[in-house]
Design a protein around this ligand. Structure first.
Ligand SMILES: Cc1ncc(COP(=O)(O)O)c(C=O)c1O
Length: 381
C-alpha cells in the first residue's frame, strides 16, 4: 500500500524502517559476498516484514527459516534459495515445505532418518551439528549451552548418517563482533568435523556474525571464510538476521502520562512485553534518540502494560518530558516485528518505511478487528 504520508502526522505507536540505513548494511553484505564467495540467506526469524523485501532481494541469495510458515513466506515473497530448518518437524510439516524449499536441514539424526525418504530427490538434505563451542553473551541464546537440544554433538554423531547428506549447518554465534573469536570457532569446527566436511557440498555457519557493526573487520572475515571453504571444498553460507537489519528501524511512541514514585516515569503508548519483547527477555534497555547523556532530567520510560517491571529503559533528557511528546526507541527492527503480540489489548504499532527519497510508505496497520480475530473466530453455542 502506498500513500503520501507526513512523518509528523503519523499516529504512534509505529515502527519506521529507514531504507538508507538498510541499504548501507546491505552494501557491507555485498562486499563480504564478493570477497569471500559466501552465500547469504536472510534469517526470517529475525526479520520477515516482507513488504520491504524488494530492497533486500538484490543483495542476498535467499532466506532461511525456523518453521513451516517462514519457509512458505520466504519462497513466496523473497525467492532465491529457500532453506528450511526446524528444531522439530512433524511429518505434515515436512510434506508441506519439501516442494518449495531448496535445502531441508534436520536438527537431529532421528528426524533425518524418519523423513529422509520424503526429501530425497526433491531438496538438498542437511543436518544441524552442534560444535560444542560458541560465542554468545547470554546463556538463553547460547546454542552450545549445557544439555543443548540444538544440533547433533560430535560424540553422538553416526558417521554413516553423514555419508548420505549434502550439507551441514552450525549455528553458534550471537551478536559476535569479534572476527578473531569467530575464526577460532571455525578452527575448532575444522578440527572436530573436518573429515566429514570434506565430503559435503555445502556448510552453513548460521547467524550471529555481526559483520555490519562499526569497525568490524569485514576483510578479515571474508578471508577466514574463503580459507575455510577452500580447505573443505564446500559452498559456505551464513544466515544473517540482526547483521542485516541492525540500527535500521525505530519504534516511535508517545508519552501519555508522567507518574512519580521515587523516580519520574514517563508512560508511553507501547510495552516491551507486546512490542519489543527482547528488551524484557534479555534485560537489554532500549536507547532513546531524544535522550542526552548529560541531561539533568531523569526518567524511567515505562510501558503501558500491566506488568509491574515492564519498562523500556531509564535515561536522561535536557528538558522535562511532556505529555504527547514522541520518543524514538532506536534499533527496533530485529526480533521485534516478528514477535508482536496483543497482550493487554494494546494498540499494535503500524509499520512504515522511509524510502531513500524521503517518502513514507505504509506497510501495515492493525485495528480492533485484528485483535478480536486473533482470539476467536467462532463461538460455542
Ligand atoms: C539457526 C539460526 N540461523 C540464523 C540465526 C540468525 O541469527 P542473527 O539474527 O543473530 O544473525 C539464528 C538465530 O537464532 C539461528 O538460530
Amino acid at each position: 500500500m502506498t500513500a503520501q504520508l507526513n512523518k509528523n502526522n503519523l499516529k504512534t505507536p509505529y515502527f519506521m524502517i529507514d531504507e538508507k540505513k538498510l541499504v548501507a548494511n546491505l552494501e557491507v553484505a555485498k562486499q563480504l559476498k564478493e570477497r569471500s564467495g559466501v552465500k547469504l540467506v536472510l534469517a526470517l526469524k529475525c526479520f520477515s516484514t516482507w513488504g520491504i523485501f524488494s530492497i533486500i532481494k538484490p543483495y542476498l541469495d535467499g532466506t532461511t527459516s525456523s518453521g513451516p510458515y517462514e519457509v512458505k513466506l520466504g519462497h513466496e515473497t523473497f525467492g532465491g534459495e529457500t532453506h528450511a530448518y526446524s528444531v522439530g518437524y512433524s511429518e505434515d510439516d515436512v510434506k508441506e515445505v519439501v516442494d518449495i524449499c531448496d535445502k531441508m536441514i534436520f536438527n537431529s539424526q532421528s528426524q533425518l532418518t524418519a523423513y529422509r525418504h520424503l526429501v530425497e530427490g526433491k531438496a538438498s538434505i542437511g543436518l544441524r551439528l552442534n560444535p560444542g563451542v560458541s560465542y554468545a553473551g547470554q546463556d538463553l541464546a547460547n546454542p552450545a549451552r549445557e544439555f543443548s537440544r540444538l544440533g547433533v554433538q560430535a560424540d553422538h554423531l553416526d558417521p554413516q548418517v553423514l555419508e548420505n547428506i549434502n550439507g551441514v549447518m552450525f549455528h553458534m554465534n550471537c551478536e559476535n563482533k569479534d572476527v578473531d573469536a569467530f575464526s577460532s570457532l571455525l578452527d575448532s569446527i575444522s578440527d572436530k568435523f573436518g573429515a566429514y566436511l570434506d565430503k559435503l557440498e555445502w556448510v552453513s555457519l548460521g547467524g550471529g556474525v555481526f559483520f555490519t557493526w562499526p569497525s568490524y573487520d569485514v576483510e578479515k572475515l571474508a578471508f577466514v571464510l574463503k580459507m575455510f571453504s577452500e580447505k573443505h571444498k564446500v559452498q559456505l553460507y551464513l544466515e544473517p538476521g540482526e547483521a542485516i537489519i541492525t540500527k535500521t528501524a525505530d519504534l516511535v511512541v508517545s508519552v501519555v502520562d508522567i507518574v512519580e514514585n521515587g523516580k519520574k516515569t514517563a508512560i508511553v503508548d507501547s510495552a516491551t512485553e507486546a512490542h519489543r519483547l527482547d528488551t524484557l527477555i534479555y534485560n537489554e534497555p532500549a536507547s532513546v534518540l531524544e535522550s542526552s547523556e548529560n541531561g539533568k532530567y531523569n526518567y524511567v520510560i515505562g510501558s503501558c502494560s500491566c506488568l509491574a517491571g515492564d519498562q523500556f529503559c531509564e535515561t536522561q533528557f535536557e528538558q522535562p518530558l511532556e505529555i504527547g511528546q514522541k520518543l524514538h526507541l532506536l534499533d527496533s527492527a530485529g526480533y521485534t516485528m516478528v514477535k508482536l503480540n496483543w497482550f493487554n489489548g494494546l494498540k499494535m504499532p503500524s509499520i512504515y518505511c522511509e524510502r531513500a527519497t524521503g517518502e513514507i510508505e505504509k506497510l501495515n496497520e492493525f485495528g480492533y478487528d485484528d485483535f478480536k480475530r486473533s482470539l476467536s473466530q467462532w463461538v460455542v453455542n
